[in-house]
Ligand binder design. Structure first.
Ligand code: ADP
Ligand code: MG
Length: 421
C-alpha cells in the first residue's frame, strides 16, 4: 500500500505547460490561475443552515493555464481538463455567440460554464473575449476536499485576469462576491444545492489560518494556526458510496422542513435544543434527528473556534469526536470506512480528535494530532484500515493501485503556499 503522492504547485504547472505545448506547438499560455481546495475542521452540513463553519485551505488545488484568442472572427472558447477522473470526454468548445446553458454531458463542463455565464453577466456583449484553457487539479475529486469549488474559483480568477483592465471598478468582484458567484454557478449549472463554505474558503483563506465563517451574513474571522507542535492530518478513505448521490439535497430539504416547522427561516435561528424538543411531536423522527445535528453542530463550531484560538486542543478534539458522532448517528452521512478511520485515529496517543469531513458517504477524515504522533497515527490508520477495509472491499492482491488510503497532511504552520500564482 502506498500513500499517493500529491502534486506540488510546480508539478501541476509543469504538467499543464507540457500538455499545452504538445497540443498547441509554437504557442504559449499567458495566464495562470490557481485556487486551493479546503478541509473543514468542524461545522459540517451547516453552511446551508446559515450556521458557522470552520475550514482551512490546503496546499492542493486547481490550476488553469490559458490565453485570450484574438482572431477577429472567432467567438469560440476551448476548454480541456487533464483530470483522469471526470469521464471520457475531456474537452469542450463553448461558443460565446450562443446562450451559455448547462449541458447534459460532460457534466464537469458545467462547473466551468456556470462561472463563465455568471461572470459574463458583468461584461458588455461586445467585450466578450474568447479563450483557450487547460485545467489540472491536485485535489482528489469527490473526496470532500472541494475540487469543485477550486475549479470554479480558479476559473473565476482566470476570467478576472483575462478581462483585467477592461473591467471598470464597479464590474470588479470583491472576494465575497466572487465566492457568491462561484457558489451560484455550482447551484445553477451543476445542480448542487451547496452552501457558501467551499467557494468562500477557496477565495478568502490564507496560510497559517483557519477561517470561522458565519454563513448567515458571509462574514469571517481568521484564527491563527501557528503551533508547530500540532498537525492537521487529512486522510482519504478513497471510497465514494453511490448512496451519497441525491442525499445531499435530501439533507438540505430535511433541515429546511425542520426550520419551517419551528417557524424560522433557517435552523441557525434556533437558540436552544429545548426549542427543538418542545416541537418534537410536530416532526418525523428523521427530521428531528437532522435538525438536532444542525443545531448542535452550529453550537459546537463556535465553541471549537474559541477553543482553538486559545490553543485548547483537547477541547477542540473532543468537539471533533462529538461532531463525527452526530454526523454518523443523527445526520447519517458517515459510512463504515470513515467510522473506522476515526476509531483508528482515536486509538493513538497524541491524537486530540478526529471526524469525517465534507459531505460524507466516503471521502476524507480530518484529525488533529500532536506533531510527534503524526508518524504513529499514519501508520496505525494505514495498517488498521488495510486490514479492516478488506471486509468492505475485497481487493485483488495483484492490484497495483492498492491505494485504499491516501494521506496528505498540512502542518498548522504550513507556511506560504501561494493562493494565486
Ligand atoms: P468535491 O468537491 O468534494 O471534490 P464534488 O462532487 O463536489 O466533489 O465535485 C467533483 C466534480 O467537480 C467532478 O465530478 C467534476 O465534475 C468537477 N471537477 C473537479 N475537478 C475537476 C477538474 N480538474 N476538471 C474538471 N472537472 C472537475
Ligand atoms: Mg464539491
Amino acid at each position: 500500500m502506498t500513500a499517493e503522492k500529491t502534486a506540488t504547485l510546480e508539478e501541476l504547472k509543469a504538467a499543464l505547460l507540457e500538455s499545452y505545448r504538445e497540443e498547441f506547438p509554437n504557442d504559449e499560455p499567458t495566464i495562470c490561475a490557481f485556487a486551493p481546495g479546503r478541509v473543514n475542521l468542524i461545522g459540517e452540513h451547516v453552511d446551508y443552515n446559515d450556521g458557522f463553519v470552520f475550514p482551512m485551505a490546503i496546499p492542493v488545488g486547481t490550476m488553469i493555464v490559458g490565453k485570450a484568442l484574438n482572431e477577429p472572427t472567432t467567438t469560440k472558447c476551448y476548454v480541456r481538463t487533464l483530470s483522469k477522473d471526470v469521464g471520457e470526454q475531456k474537452s469542450i468548445e463553448i461558443d460565446l455567440a450562443n446562450e451559455l446553458a448547462p449541458i447534459k454531458s460532460p457534466k464537469w463542463a458545467n462547473y466551468v460554464l456556470g462561472v463563465l455565464a455568471h461572470f459574463l453577466e458583468r461584461v458588455k456583449p461586445s467585450k466578450k473575449q474568447p479563450f483557450r484553457i487547460l485545467i489540472a487539479t491536485s485535489v482528489p475529486i469527490g473526496g470532500g476536499l472541494s475540487s469543485s469549488a477550486s475549479v470554479e474559483v480558479a476559473m473565476c480568477t482566470f476570467l478576472e485576469l483575462l478581462y483585467g483592465n477592461s473591467l471598470s471598478s464597479n464590474q470588479q468582484l470583491s472576494k465575497v462576491d466572487k465566492a457568491l458567484l462561484c457558489c451560484k454557478a455550482e447551484q445553477t449549472y451543476a445542480n448542487v444545492p451547496c452552501g457558501i463554505m467551499d467557494q468562500y474558503t477557496s477565495c478568502l483563506a490564507k496560510a497559517d489560518h483557519a477561517l470561522l465563517i458565519d454563513c448567515r451574513d458571509n462574514t469571517s474571522q481568521y484564527i491563527p494556526m501557528i503551533n508547530k507542535n500540532v498537525c492537521v492530518l487529512v486522510t482519504n478513505s478513497n471510497v465514494k458510496h453511490e448512496l451519497g448521490a441525491g442525499t445531499y439535497a435530501e439533507r438540505v430539504h430535511n433541515c429546511q422542513v425542520a426550520a419551517n416547522l419551528l417557524g424560522h427561516k433557517k435552523l441557525r435561528e434556533v437558540t436552544s435544543l429545548k426549542e427543538l424538543e418542545n416541537a418534537r411531536d410536530k416532526m418525523s423522527p428523521t427530521t428531528y434527528k437532522r435538525a438536532r445535528h444542525a443545531i448542535t453542530e452550529i453550537q459546537r463550531t463556535e465553541i471549537a473556534a474559541e477553543a482553538l484560538s486559545k490553543n485548547d486542543y483537547a477541547e477542540f478534539g473532543r468537539l471533533m469526536y462529538e461532531s463525527h458522532q452526530s454526523l454518523r448517528d443523527d445526520f447519517e452521512v458517515s459510512c463504515e470506512e470513515l467510522d473506522q478511520l476515526v476509531e483508528l485515529a482515536r486509538s493513538v496517543d497524541g491524537v486530540y480528535g478526529s471526524r469525517m469531513t465534507g459531505g460524507g458517504f466516503g471521502g476524507c477524515t480530518v484529525t488533529l494530532v500532536a506533531k510527534s504522533s503524526v508518524g504513529k497515527c499514519i501508520e496505525t490508520m494505514k495498517n488498521g484500515y488495510k486490514e479492516k477495509c478488506q471486509q468492505f472491499h475485497p481487493r485483488n492482491d495483484s492490484d497495483d493501485d492498492d491505494t485504499q488510503i491516501q494521506i496528505c497532511f498540512s502542518y498548522l504552520s504550513s507556511s506560504k503556499f501561494p493562493l494565486q500564482i
